[in-house]
Design a protein around this ligand. Structure first.
Ligand code: SF4
Length: 631
């Protein structure tokens, strides 16, 4: 067995309380590597088509990689997959923190959950020992309270907890799985799947504190060089100083800060939401993920409307600032931080939540929703209304019961508001606008689990590929030239297609994109290859194999979705994106072109080896990827 892996996958059936430990062969690990590629293997093999995401038959996977837990920056991440209750196709969500490394220290590379417990339970995993315990006393409790209660109950302050939160219990389709009460496997409703299984939490504690690696000296050298490089790296230091919210000003200046439900790309209140303002006003400290010297996570403390904003719930990322802020027309940073806290307390995806509230705001302003239906005026820019709607959504209270379905299913239930939706495959768009970042239009459209901003290199990064370091990274994945930021020609599509595979590998290796992305970060593909060889001992691991793993993951998701009835017609963008933007700034009056999307999709399918008409992976493609077992 290669090093890096524990060599064990934990299988838990909550219906009959059976616990099995699988020891897959090395070639399984080499083929699927980890993360969602590994999760997809179990989901695709076991899940029958058409299963209700909330039924006990749904399979919920938590997967690590050989690199998880190795003491270097950017490796402590975990991917969760299941059939999504939000998109009715595959669900996929990543999170960092300390839970992933701690889970690795228990001796497992992954957990596969099946069935449904008769009563609320939690899973306790300590050094390879596994117990299913009663969680009735935790049901209904917020994430922060569960952290306290379980640490007291187990008399161990060092346990790590991944939990579904009260929103997951109530099957809110935007529910996240939270660890540390402030790190979210946020997207596609994975918290609701966990809640549907009556699984309140997974608790992990491992005493080994070490991952066995093939070449310890090489790994130690890599760690030392990485720490030194981070100290001198401008973008990493910028992340440390202002967090991801440091991007607010750039996004606003370039007209890609979604404002008032994607009606505008520049927000007049952006200055008060900026990362440096957060740093100077409410930031109390930095937090990090296991062994990461960048420490980009925010810890904010303040008061909003006599409500405490507590450091234990972290602080808002760029996406949360934009979706709960400018997306809703709200420029009150403390209100945004408080809404972010509510999301972390109840276990919600901030992107889906902010965007769903913004959609409801537009419906209200356009007269499709009345005060009687909502319970209060829900106008853009009303911070109190944004917070109130967020809380009601989290608790499924009143009109929040409709919002808890996510915007697309809410529109379906209400029978109105479809023209204001900002969703792909039912998942709300993140805060990066395809009008300014045109390649994201393609990636949002073809993304297997809906619009995702972390699935490819953004256009500005690709253009930046003219810098020596970035070009070196692009060349390592087979891209010889950078491409202008605003182009969508064949060359750009080829680049984006490759970066989609690269980022898909990152979500299989569970590596942080702020450390191991492509163009503006401290490490790149060559470093991953060096590290993978040093950790696993696979001394011939190379870029081709890396990209193949990413491509395999995307194809497994595609196959899953097609089996669930999704097809090429689902690879599209919200109608609003084809309408000229309002407002000011460089993106005003611009629209995304349907012709560009159609052209890009056709090229993307061709490059992927998919049927040009319906986008189905061809038999040859599946054979090439070693996925013919699914037939
Ligand atoms: S860069 Fe930030 S998110 Fe990424 S591993 Fe480091 S602390 Fe975590």
């Amino acid at each position: 067995m290669a090093q890096g892996f524990s060599g064990k996958i934990l299988h838990v059936n909550l219906t009959n309380r059976k616990i099995n430990i699988e020891t897959p062969p090395e070639n399984f690990y080499r083929k699927y590597f980890g993360g969602s590629a590994m999760g997809m293997y179990y989901i695709l093999k076991e899940l029958s088509p058409g299963v209700d995401p909330f039924s006990p038959q749904n399979v919920l996977t938590f997967m690590l990689s050989p690199l998880t837990g190795v003491a270097i920056a950017g490796q402590s991440r975990m991917t969760v997959n299941a059939k999504s209750p939000l998109v009715d196709g595959i669900g996929d969500a990543q999170a960092g923190g300390f839970f992933p490394a701690e889970m690795k220290f228990t001796g497992f590379d992954g957990i596969v959950i099946r069935g449904k417990a008769a009563q609320p339970v939690y899973l306790l995993i300590r050094d390879g020992e596994v117990e299913i315990r009663d969680a009735s006393h935790l049901w209904g409790k917020t994430t922060g309270d569960v952290e306290i209660l379980l640490k007291e109950e187990l008399q161990d302050p060092k346990i790590e907890i991944a939990q579904c939160g009260p929103s997951g219990e109530k099957l809110v389709r935007l529910a996240a799985i939270m660890n540390m009460a402030n790190r979210a496997n946020g997207r596609t409703g994975m918290g609701a799947v966990m809640g549907s299984k009556n699984l309140k939490a997974i608790v992990v504690r491992g005493s080994s504190r070490k991952v066995q690696v093939a070449h310890p000296e090489a790994v130690a050298d890599f760690g030392k060089q990485s720490s030194a490089a981070i100290k001198d790296h401008g973008s990493s230091q910028g992340l440390k100083r202002d967090g991801t919210a440091g991007g607010v000003s750039w996004q606003n200046t370039t007209g890609t800060l979604p404002t008032r439900n994607y009606n505008e790309g520049q927000f007049e209140g952006a200055d008060s939401l900026a990362g440096d303002v957060m740093t100077e006003t409410i930031l109390k400290g930095n937090d990090t993920c296991f062994a990461c010297a960048i420490r980009c996570k925010r810890v904010v403390e303040a008061e909003w409307m006599d409500q405490a904003i507590e450091g234990r719930y972290g602080g808002p990322e760029y996406e949360s600032v934009a979706t709960l802020g400018s997306y809703c027309g709200v420029g009150d940073l403390k209100a945004v931080a408080y809404a972010n806290q509510l999301c972390n307390e109840y276990g919600l995806d901030t992107i889906g939540t902010g965007a769903t509230v913004a959609w409801a705001m537009e419906c209200f302003e356009q007269g499709l929703l009345t005060e009687e239906e909502v319970g209060f005026p829900l106008n853009f820019g009303d911070a109190k209304a944004m917070v109130r709607a967020t809380e009601m959504l989290a608790k499924r209270e009143g009109f929040g019961d409709i919002l808890a379905e996510g915007s697309r299913k809410a529109a379906d239930k209400l029978g109105k508001g479809h023209k204001f939706l900002i969703t792909v495959k039912g998942s709300e768009l993140p805060a990066h606008m395809p009008r300014v970042k045109p390649s994201l239009g393609l990636i949002y459209a073809v993304g297997p689990f809906g619009a995702d901003h972390q699935s490819s290199e953004h256009d500005a990064g690709i253009e930046e590929g003219t810098s020596p370091k970035a070009l070196q990274s692009l060349r390592a994945i087979g891209v010889d030239e950078a491409a202008p930021e605003n182009s969508m020609g064949v060359e750009k599509i080829k680049i984006v297609h490759k970066t989609h595979q690269y980022y898909s590998f990152l979500d299989s290796a569970n590596l942080c994109q702020f450390v191991f992305g492509l163009t503006w970060v401290v490490h790149g593909p060559q470093d991953i290859i060096t590290l993978t060889r040093a950790v696993t001992g696979w001394n011939d691991f190379n870029a081709k194999e890396l990209l193949l793993i990413g491509e395999r993951r995307l194809n497994m998701m595609r196959v899953f979705n097609m089996r669930e009835g999704l097809d090429s017609s689902d690879d599209t963008l919200p109608e609003k994106l084809f309408i000229p933007l309002q407002g000011n700034g460089p993106s005003a009056n611009t629209a995304y072109s349907r012709d560009v999307l159609d052209f890009a999709k056709e090229k993307y399918y061709h490059l992927s080896g998919w049927d040009p008409k319906n986008g189905e992976p061809t038999k040859e493609t599946l054979v090439r990827l070693g996925l013919n077992w699914k037939q």
